[in-house]
Design a binder for this molecule. Structure first.
Ligand SMILES: C[S@@+](CC[C@H](N)C(=O)[O-])C[C@H]1O[C@@H](n2cnc3c(N)ncnc32)[C@H](O)[C@@H]1O
Length: 224
């Protein structure tokens, strides 16, 4: 009996150890060798990011409600694109709050500025960032959101470490990204890999929402 238990332990360890080593190596490899993803083309804003059909599967108001924002909160929409979420976040935090619309592409920020002028919404601050530096003030944000952006990050852990510095104590970072079934293979980032890379950047998973059919929606908090 005792011999059988010892044998089971040795076999389990022999199987699990290489698996965990492989996964850690995969996460590291993914950080070091991943080529910069081509950022979403601004020419596809109207047919893609702002398409009227998006509301149905994206459920943006439900996503924003799930963030639990309060009037006066400060939020960063990282990889803001055309501002599909930015303007909804701006409404949620009200005129006493603000939203940093962070993107690496000038065309996206120009689109957001034009929409701010059209709508008269003023509590949005467009921020031109670099692939690893969100250019946010330290400790500025109650909440940070990345929607459909994670797969474009060239060095996720470096960016995430900088985003961690931009959070206020008690702040959270939420990631919404494609499920395997709805995206091209090269754009798919497994949820486990996101959790692993977030861990390397000093975050732990605190919540996972499952109401989106096409995407996972994960909420993280800084560890310690
Ligand atoms: C597919 S769009 C998503 C836009 C928006 N979040 C939405 O859901 O409608 C991804 C955006 O992320 C931006 N992006 C890519 N890498 C980035 C990075 N490292 N930092 C900030 N923005 C980035 C791209 O320029 C692009 O506008």
């Amino acid at each position: 009996m005792r011999l059988a238990l010892i044998a089971t332990f040795i076999i389990t360890a022999a199987v699990l150890f290489p698996v965990s080593v492989c996964f850690a190596a995969f996460a590291q490899d993914n950080l070091q060798n991943r080529t910069t993803r081509r950022p979403y083309s601004p020419s596809r804003i109207e047919k893609g990011l702002e398409s009227p059909q998006r509301e149905q599967w994206q459920q943006p108001d439900r996503v924003v409600a799930a963030l639990g924002l309060k009037p006066g909160d400060i939020v960063a929409d990282v990889g803001a694109g055309s501002g599909y979420f930015t303007f909804r976040l701006a409404r949620a935090v009200g005129s006493g709050g603000k939203v940093y619309a962070v993107d690496i592409q000038d065309e996206m920020l120009a689109y957001i500025r034009a929409k701010m002028q059209q709508t008269g919404i003023t509590n949005i601050i467009p921020v031109k960032s670099t692939p690893i530096d969100p250019m946010l003030p330290p400790g500025c944000c109650n909440s940070i959101l990345l929607v459909n952006t994670y797969h474009e990050l060239s060095d996720p852990v470096a960016l995430l470490k900088n985003l961690r510095k931009a959070l206020k104590p008690g702040g959270t970072l939420a990631i919404v990204n494609w499920n395997e079934s709805v995206t091209r293979k090269k754009l798919y980032v497994p949820m486990d890999l996101v959790v692993e890379q977030m861990k390397l950047a000093g975050f732990g998973l605190s919540k996972s929402h499952d109401f989106l059919e096409r995407q996972y929606f994960l909420v993280f908090s800084p560890l310690d």
